[in-house]
Design a protein. Sequence first.
Length: 262
Amino acid sequence: MEFRPCIDIHNGKVKQIVGGSLRDEQNFADENFVSEQDAAFYAEFYKKQNIRGGHVIMLNSADSSYYEQTRAQALAALRIYPGGLQVGGGINAENAAGFLEAGASHVIVTSYVFRDGRIHFGNLKRLADKVGRNRIVLDLSCRRKDGDYYIVTDRWQRYTDVILDRTVLDQLASYCDEFLVHAVDVEGKGSGIEEQVAALLGEWGKLPVTYAGGVHSFEDLEKLRQLGRDRINVTIGSALDLFGGSMKWEEVIGYIKKEPIL
């Protein structure tokens, strides 16, 4: 298990939000934390800590009045820590190279690949041809419906017809370097992890996977370590003291670096 930090940007501000509350209409989200610091501040902090592989997520749609502010924040973070951060939010084959040139190690993609409720392999191949599969992270963020976890797109607002399972992971693995999975229903709620999602990702274990959603205690971290067979990387947002939470950065990093008991 590795710690993967986050910089979530909404309406031009670094925030922690309740994931399921995000709406394009009126640029709305329920906020857990709004930082007085900009994205570059957090990028510099992660750089000094030598923590790599974090994700910068632009949470505004491209037609939002806030998009350019949000994009400027993301680019500033990438310039501060070239090669140390991944970037996502509205990424496609046309703009991906620009973000990589700006300093991103990888681009994170969802909506461009999952179109009309299904996997659009044409777009996925187009992106891989443009930037190489080793620079792509596929975001398979999911929400529960009828007992299964469905991949969601458009800033977690729209369900696809694609269930997150071993078959889908196998299908997509040859097109990317990593997966990022937000368990959206518990994102930002501090209510515990989605155990079924964690177990699935740990059992599969063929590519690096970062899990985000619901971690709010060290008990959650240990549960994720065990269910994920120490294969899953983790992001902590609202529960971390950097974003107003009670889990102290130094203690989290120390805990994750300890030898696992398997």
